[in-house]
Ligand binder design. Structure first.
Ligand code: DX5
Ligand code: ZN
Length: 232
């Protein structure tokens, strides 16, 4: 399948990226009535990638966006790296639609996939990178079988479904446990409640990709917020 977007694999990281983590604004907190303007603004403000939160009203108690929204982001930002976070019960059914819509990375939840290695390999065979995610209650051992193969480990630091929640510190020991077991070419992304106040702790624990929604899109100076997140 031919895909558009960034040529390089942003989520097959290098050691240097850990000293300066990637910042990915979550468009769940954008103004949907002016999505193109908000996406362009955070890219101009220094975002490294765009995080697309997909919800099905079943795996999580909310609905958000589907492949059409991902395709719309791809149209207005042809070279941005698009990171799709599937918070849905049947991720395998939606891998192809999101690849066709221009996704560069697809992350699915460990809680709903019985054969995660197969799905990771299917995503990687398309040329995209593949992530596996953990809800706050899920122990890191649930992703043990994927440690050598996933490009990205997404550790949720809020209960999935809504932006603007308080950061759960219980995510940090999981980050440390995973970081101790992966290579510097694999990334750990923390998602939910990340702010300039706690970013340093997240980075020191071993994260090298930080998703942030409400504090970036809720600010009148997103450049300053992105810089502060990156500095930690
Ligand atoms: C929650 C989403 C997060 C969230 C981040 O289900 O996966 O990406 O929108 O938003 P904040 O930074 O506001 O917690
Ligand atoms: Zn997310």
């Amino acid at each position: 399948m031919k895909r558009v977007g960034s040529g390089g694999a942003l989520f097959r990281g290098e050691l240097s990226a850990r000293l300066s983590p990637l910042i990915g604004p979550s468009i769940l907190s954008a103004n949907f009535a002016d999505l193109g303007k908000d996406v362009r603004a955070v890219i101009r403000a220094g975002a490294d990638y765009i995080h697309v939160d997909v919800m099905d009203g079943h795996f999580v108690p909310n609905l958000s966006m589907g492949p059409a929204v991902c395709a719309a982001v791809r149209r207005i930002a042809p070279s941005v790296w698009i990171d799709v976070h599937l918070m849905i019960t049947n991720p395998s059914d939606f891998v192809d639609p999101f690849l066709a819509a221009g996704a560069n990375n697809i992350t699915f939840h460990s809680e709903v996939v019985r054969k995660p290695i197969e799905l990771i390999q299917r995503i990687q065979a398309s040329g995209a990178t593949a992530g596996i995610a953990l809800k706050p209650q899920t122990p890191w051992t649930a992703i043990r079988s994927t440690l050598e193969i996933a490009d990205l480990f997404l550790v949720m630091s809020v209960h999935p479904g809504f932006s603007g929640q308080k950061f759960l510190r219980s995510a940090l020991p999981k980050v440390r446990a995973i970081r101790a077991r992966i290579t510097d070419r694999q990334r750990i992304e923390l998602d939910g409640g990340v702010t300039p106040e706690n970013a340093g702790t997240c980075i020191r624990a071993g994260c090298d990709a930080l998703v942030s929604g409400s504090v970036i899109f809720g600010s009148t100076n997103s450049r300053r917020v992105i810089r502060a997140l990156r500095r930690g």
